[in-house]
Structure formats: structure tokens, C-alpha cells
Write a protein that binds this ligand. Sequence first.
Ligand code: FBP
Length: 558
Amino acid sequence: MTVKKSPLQVARQAYQPKMPIALQGNLRLVEGKKTQSVADQEEIAKLFPNTYGLPIIEMEPVAESKVESQKSKAETFNVGVILSGGQAPGGHNVISGLFDCLKAMNSQNKLYGFLGGPSGLVDGKYQELTADIIDEYRNTGGFDIIGSGRTKLEETWQFDNGIEVCKRLGINAIVIIGGDDSNTNACVLAEYYLQKKCGIQVIGCPKTIDGDLKNEMIETSFGFDTACKVYSELIGNIQRDANSAKKYWHFIRLMGRSASHIALECALQSQPNICLISEEVEAKNMTLNDIVEQIVEVIVDRSKAGLNFGTILIPEGIIEFIPAMRVLIQELNDLLSKNDEFASLEGDEAKREYVKSMLTPASCDLYRSLPKGIARQLTLDRDPHGNVMVSQIETEKLLIEMVGKRLAQLKAEGIYTGKFSALNHFFGYEGRCAIPSNFDADYCYSIGQAAMHLIAAGKSGYMALIRHLTRPASEWLAGGVPITMMMNLEKRNGKMKPVIQKALVDLNGAPFLYLKKHRAEWADANTSYIYPGPIQYYGPTEVCDQPTRTLRLEHGEK
Ligand code: FBP
């Protein structure tokens, strides 16, 4: 049966991603200075004796065939690839970049995909990725080529299973495409395999729509660009509807886990009336009521000008940044981690009573004050890394309810005379598997190629690196960064663990400062809305190839 495709799908299959000059021909690896972890240097160095302190690597183009590779062209070698965590547009291009580079080195080399995420490695579930399979997935969204999963690689039996599976398949290197937690796993695995001297290298690739895997070296994670462009299109469409009908307030929650990068980027692209930033809520020590007051103030002001409509962007993780809520969530994390008693209770009421009986008085009061639905959502299962699944907490509905109540009070006092009709939205899954923008298609393909060159040079414990991303792709810089460089110690499931430090929104950074400078005018004006429209794949470069506003502002754009 032939699979039907849209004309765009067909056209995208033929798209040739743009790449940095260094990856277009022969290259050599240049090692920079030794590195240090971002914090807790002594502890991290002890935990990672083989992968700590490695140098940063840059890939430089060279004129003739002087490729610095520990693997000669005659030698065949096989690579295994894992997609880990939430989907992000461009994952298939990382794999096609890897594949093309691996096959260009020696057509006998094989690429294996581990199925369903890290568990595929542990359980020996894999598929060889051949040219016909890869061709079907070039420049497409999704992770369906091999599937993804959130299994945490942390036990030695899992690592040992991995060795067995790799030996069976003749795999010399594993590439883990994932976010901060998955790349932490990649580093732990790299370290273990080096200690065991089993000849299996591990390389990570920076994925997540959340945009929180970035630092001094990694300018952005892949998928952030496409996902934000999809959400911004939807927000723009809603704004145009709001401005046409003039009767609804739209409360729009945006994915992004803890960090507010997605909400901020969407605000920069669409200029809503309000954009909450979790990191600011925390810095100002705001309560839930403070947030409600902030929203109410804008609604009341706009109503005085006859504008009973608007848009509010809410980062999905905001609840964790309200200090009292954070304490409650931390107590719940400690209480519910591996708690068989709680798990065995039947029904929501029994669980609620149990939780109430175990919390400290302050947290118990807060827990009781929340609508029951939200309180229940806070006690849902954590993900395998111990994170609260914020995508399942309907903060936008909580805020609509609280704002509605407060406006009713103000109406009774004669302070508010407007009409409040609110609609809720949650944008998350809509953007995670979109057809990658040109930026993500190019970036990911280049990441895959860079990962392959690191492998060929015998490196392990590195993340593939592409920099200078606001320049044209040909001027991008390729290389590798030691994963230990991004690590610090954090409390997970009640214990201190080495993890890659998450990048939250920097309140002194250019993207946030831009929002801060303009938000009053966006709140009050009849309309300052921008309608970004859908991602364009073909046409003028200023329409099709622009990176996010966040990246451009961070790189000095006014
Ligand atoms: P990653 O950190 O794995 O990239 O996941 C991103 C994300 O989309 C978050 O924004 C969201 O909170 C979470 O995944 C949702 O998880 P799930 O796919 O398990 O529902």
C-alpha cells in the first residue's frame, strides 16, 4: 500500500538541509581548553573521573583529505541511536544527518535505532535504519521513526544490558537525542562504559521544545524554534478573533515545563495583553492572589476603555514558581515518591484525606484552598525523573476561576463594570511534532553530522554542538562540548544527583527586558497584537529562515 502524502510532505522530503562549511567537506577537530562543571566541581569530578574536564572541540574545514578520525575509511563501525523524552521537531533530521555522515564514511557502516526510547537499548529492541526508511522521514516532524520514551538509565544492570546488546550488533557508539535529563543519562552511560573499557562511546544531542537546555555553549535546543512558531501562529489567530469578536478573554497555557522560554518567545512574536513569566513570579515572591490581582488590574483597565477582550499567556510550570506552592509540591514529591500506601488507596477522596494528614500545616492549608481538581492534579504520578507533570495541571482554568471571582467582587463594589467571558486553551502537543522549520531542519541535520564526527574521532561524554545560530547556516560553527561542563548537583526523588543545570529565563537577559519594556503598552492599547501566521518553508529568507526572537535578542538584535 502506498502512503498518501500532502504536497508539502512530498516537497519537504526533497529539501536539502543547509550546513556549516566545516561539515560540507573535510574537517579536523581542534581541542580547546579543559573545562569545569558549572557548579559543584569537586563532587562532579569525583563522580565522572573519565569524562570530567575534557576540552571543548571545534570542527575546522581543511583543504585536503586530512580528516582527523580514529576510524579509518576501511574500518566499519556501527552506531545506535535513541530518541528520549518528549517529541521535538527535527529529531528525524538528527537521525538523517547521522545516517548520511556514517554512510559517507563507509557504506558498510550500520545505523540501528533503539525502539521506544532508552528502554530499547536495555531490552534489546532495535531496528536497522536503512536508506529507504531514512528517506521517508527526512525533514518530517515527530519521533515515530523509532519512537521515544522516558525510561531513566541509572542502574548498572541497565548499562550492562546495553553492553550485551551493543556487542551483539557490533555497535561502537550510542547517540542519545534528548533534553537535560536524557543528556545527563548519556553522560552517566559514557562514564560507565569508559570505566568498563567496553569500547562503546556515548554522544548526546540537545533536544527539547522547552528551550531550557541552553548555556554558555549550547545556544538553543532543537525543536524550540518550530514549536514556538506553531504556538505563535495559533496565538496570533486567537488574537485576531478576539479583536474581531471583542467578547472573550483567552487564557492560554503554553508548554515548557519549568522554564518560561516558550511563553516569553511567543509573547515576543505575538505581543499579547499579558504574559506571565514564572521566573519573575518567583523573584518577586508572588502569591497566587498577587498573580490574580495583576491580571485583574489589566482586565479592569481595558474594560474602562470598552475593551472586554484580550489574551493572557501562562507558562505551564508557573505553579511551581509560586513560593508557597513550591514548598507544597516539594512536600508532595517527597511524600509520594515510591509511596505504596498512597498508591494502594482507592478513590480520590481517600487519597486527598491521606495527603492532608501528612502535609505540614501551611502546605495543608494551601492544598485545601485549591479547587479539588487542581489539588488532585498535583498528586498525579511524577515522571521517571521525579518531575511533576505540569502539562497535566490546568492552571489556566484555576486562574479563570479565581479572576472571575475577584471581578465579581469588584463588580459588587461598583469598581468593575465590564463583562468577563473567558475561554481556556492549552498549546503543547500541537507544536511538538510539527514539520520542522527550516531553522530546525538545518540545525538538526548539522547536529547529527557533528555527532557522527565526534564518534569518528573516538570521543565520548560529549554533546554535539552547533553555534553562531543567528548567522546564515554556512557560517555556523560545529563541534562538541563535554556534558560534565553543564552539570551541577540537584535534589531528585529526595537525593542529591548530578544533573545538567536547567536554564531558566534570565530576568536580566535581553528577551525578558524587551517584554518588560513593552508589556504596559501591549496591555492597554486598543491592540498591539502581531499575527505571525504559519511557518513558511519556501520563499524569501527573511520569511523562512529567521531564528527565534529569543536567539536574536540574545545575540544583540535591537
Ligand atoms: P522534554 O523535556 O522531554 O523535551 O519534554 C518536553 C515536554 O513537552 C514538556 O514541555 C512537557 O511538560 C512534557 O514534555 C510533557 O510530557 P509528556 O509527553 O510525557 O506528556
